[in-house]
Design a protein around this ligand. Structure first.
Ligand code: NAP
Length: 276
């Protein structure tokens, strides 16, 4: 391993990745907006992280948060530095961030991911990489420390769009699962039987497998929060020609209602709480 990495954003995912990098001996810095001074390789500012690291990985909430971070680290970006942007953002923002980083002389890789908290814990995140092959090859040894699959998608626009599209599919499936389970519960069928039977149904999916324990237990601590899924559906709605997708409109509204009902920080499977 000939490069060090710094992680900016120590939320649900960033904190897990940073600990994996630290165990591997490559973490050179870590920073979070709300201070976490006990975190391994903690640095007082994002700028200090970028100074200390060859590669800076950003995993924060949304495009405005990424913008704040990029503005903060810009003074130390230059030849030899690489920015890996892993927050889920929209293609237009991504192109703007790429331009700013490259204008400073550094390289920019759009690297959204999937897999939620359990996959991150098991080093099984899946990356959708948008950038050139040489850059991807340069960061491959680092990303392989936290991920199982890394797909080269194309440009930053391709990668961000694919990520938003995947989340549309997940959000739609989650809403369908919540309604299906509620319908069945209301008839008196037990959850155990429902989840046994759905395993042999063509509709059985990774979303069903991942959310079965939470739905059964009524336990909605966040693996991926309502507020971020809502953010992603809003971003997807702004992608050209997606502004009148019926399912996207519906799931965005359902998530908006969940947010209004005080569920913003709960797992997005808490959508089921809005159903009677
Ligand atoms: P999270 O736990 O909510 O963490 C969000 C992070 O962003 C926190 O470190 C937060 O800092 C920081 N942040 C928010 N606003 C900021 C600002 N204005 N300036 C600087 N930092 C700011 O989120 P997460 O689940 O780790 O997700 C992070 C990103 O990955 C999101 O874009 C999400 O959509 C995406 N993602 C998540 C998953 C998942 O399963 N969790 C899967 C795929 C993609 P504070 O601690 O100070 O609030």
């Amino acid at each position: 391993m000939n490069k060090t990495i710094g992680v900016i954003g120590l939320g649900i995912i960033g904190s897990v990745w940073a600990r994996h990098y630290n165990e591997a001996g490559v973490l050179a810095g870590a920073w979070n907006r709300s201070a976490k001074p006990d975190f391994p390789q903690w640095k007082p500012t994002a700028l200090d992280v970028a100074k200390a690291s060859d590669v800076v990985q950003i995993v924060v909430a949304d495009p405005p948060a990424v913008q704040n971070v990029i503005e903060a680290i810009l003074p130390v970006l230059g030849p030899g530095k690489i920015v890996i942007q892993s927050s889920t953002i929209d293609p237009v923002s991504s192109t703007e961030f790429k331009k700013r980083v490259e204008a400073a002389g550094a390289r920019y890789l759009e690297a959204p991911f999937t897999g939620s908290k359990p996959a991150a814990e098991q080093k099984k995140s899946v990356y959708y990489l948008g950038g050139d092959d040489a850059l991807i090859a340069d960061v491959e040894p680092l990303l392989s420390l936290v991920s199982e699959f890394r797909y080269t998608i194309g440009t930053n626009v391709h990668a961000t769009t694919l990520k938003l599209a995947m989340n549309l599919n997940i959000a739609g499936q989650m809403q369908a699962l919540a309604e299906t389970l509620t319908l069945v519960r209301n008839s008196g069928v037990a959850d155990d039987l429902f989840f046994k039977v759905i395993k042999q149904n063509v509709s059985y999916s990774g979303v069903t497998a991942l959310k079965e324990p939470k739905l059964k237990a009524g336990e909605f601590s966040p693996q991926f929060s309502v507020k971020h899924m809502l953010k992603d559906m809003r971003l997807a709605s702004r992608v050209a020609a997606c502004d009148e997708f019926p399912l996207l409109d519906t799931v965005r509204e359902c998530l908006h209602h969940a947010d209004q009902a005080g569920l913003a920080d709960e797992d997005f499977s808490a959508l089921i709480k809005l159903l009677k």
